[in-house]
Design a protein around this ligand. Sequence first.
Ligand code: C2E
Ligand code: MG
Ligand code: MG
Ligand code: MG
Length: 292
Amino acid sequence: YQAKEGGGSVAAYDSSRDAASTDQLALLAELREALQTDDQLVLALQPAVDLATGAPTGVEALIRWRHPRRGWLGPVDFIRPVENSEQLGTFTRYVLDKALAVAADWTRQGLDVPISVNLSARSLLDPRLPAEIADALRRHQVPPHRLVLEITETVVMSELEVIDEVLATLRAMGVQLAVDDFGTGFSSLTFLTRIAVDELKVDRSFVIRMADSPEAAAIVRTTVGLAHELGLRVVAEGVETAEQRLALAELGCTAAQGYHFFKPMPADKIGAVLGSLRDSAESNVLPLRADG
Ligand code: C2E
Ligand code: MG
Ligand code: MG
Ligand code: MG
């Protein structure tokens, strides 16, 4: 249930080229159709876990496209063209709606876990977004604090003035904000003084290099310390090995996400996984892999 890595006929999107290439226009036309069906665009769900107890701290929604002819596509294959098209608003609403439907299911199962949704920075330029999100939360009867919006600082920085108000409105509504890929942007620290956020996500590139790069380890340690100092949650991304997990715990990181714990999984599997994670956390058993 993975997005394929690299490859794929539409993967090699290059923004420096003519955005109106034939393949992209075809893809966007196909997306328009997909957004009108209910089964082509699906969410893969990946839990993050508390490193001490194994309890789920949240679940990230990651979009996948079950394309009728091209096969499974991941975000890398289509997100950029969508961001640069007029379909972005419809796409964003679609993803939020699916994610909140999943969160509403969890409520019915007695699970109180937040769901994280990735937002394209460009969608934050739409002043209607907070009202649309408020409406979706009401329709699904999901309390605002159960929704976490992941934003990437890199893109956000360049449009900070414009999106300030949208983000402030969302936060005032009680929706949570997370900085995705923290440490990879240009002015991460300034960003934190401008926008109040709830969570930092340590980028996978630092987790990968932590073991043999003192610089990468220092960045992880500093990010964790910063989060603690500011009273924010911190989640390490892309944890693939037991060594990385241990190193993160030693650096004071409290939560992590990655293949070592769970790969992104289909919506119909996630409820059972969350239930058993919660139960094993209650009896203080460390988390097992989903397939183990
Ligand atoms: P991200 O938000 O940083 O998501 C983490 C990516 O790392 C995901 O790739 C996830 O499947 C992958 N991943 C998780 N654990 C591991 C691991 O242990 N090892 C490795 N190698 N990879 C891991 P994915 O699903 O292909 O998503 C890529 C990016 O696409 C996301 O990065 C996010 O920025 C964007 N994206 C995903 N879903 C959406 C969406 O619904 N809307 C928008 N606008 N962007 C999305
Ligand atoms: Mg993310
Ligand atoms: Mg990320
Ligand atoms: Mg990342």
